[in-house]
Design a protein around this ligand. Sequence first.
Ligand SMILES: [Zn+2]
Length: 246
Amino acid sequence: MTDEKKRRPFIRRAAFSAFWTLTVLAALAGGGWWLVGLPNSPLPDHWNPRKDLVVTAPVTPVTKLQLMRAVADEATCRAVLDQAGVAFSHLDDLVVNENCGIAGRGRLTGLTSAGIEPVETRCATALRLTLWEHHVVQPAARELLGTEVSELLQIGSYNCRKIRGSTDAWSSHATADGIDITGMRLADGRRLTLLADWQGDGPEAAFLRQIWKGSCTWFRLVLGPDYNRLHADHFHMQNTGWGFCR
Ligand SMILES: [Zn+2]
């Protein structure tokens, strides 16, 4: 037998197994899509990419996909906030010029359980803040401070201005895609601020550092006191960006 003839059964076997591998993968993909598309899909909603985000549902690998859809669509975003009991009242869009304005505008006065000093912002920013409050801030307060956060302190979201410093670029505040958080009021009466409590090795500093770290999961860009002196007194949290957290 020549070498050529000996190789043929091997090639046939390889082609055969490739065929079946592809068939099985296609069946799995089709079955998966069928499973998520069923009106009464047995998949829990927080595992189903075709279902809307529920703020208080457990976090799964699908949650980020649901969040991306919610921040991209104003009606979905508002429905998700309503479902979570967030106080975000409707305001007409603010149209100023090509650099400044607020799409999906509202007045935010309360999150899932904490309040917030009233602030005008866009729905996407309010939604990311809500997820951070529920999944990061409250658990960290219970774990490290033995209490809950009753109010977030903030110094604004919308501001038609360029980025402070040397650049000529417009700030995310010009479209209310950013929000600046300066501290928290706690249910036991304490009041923490980044300016007074960021440094040190007590539980207050540990709490602030933990919620800063956790904010990177829910926002696209976060700048805090360790970034530069302009942020010594607040977290700048942004709905846009590429994951920079400092
Ligand atoms: Zn800011």
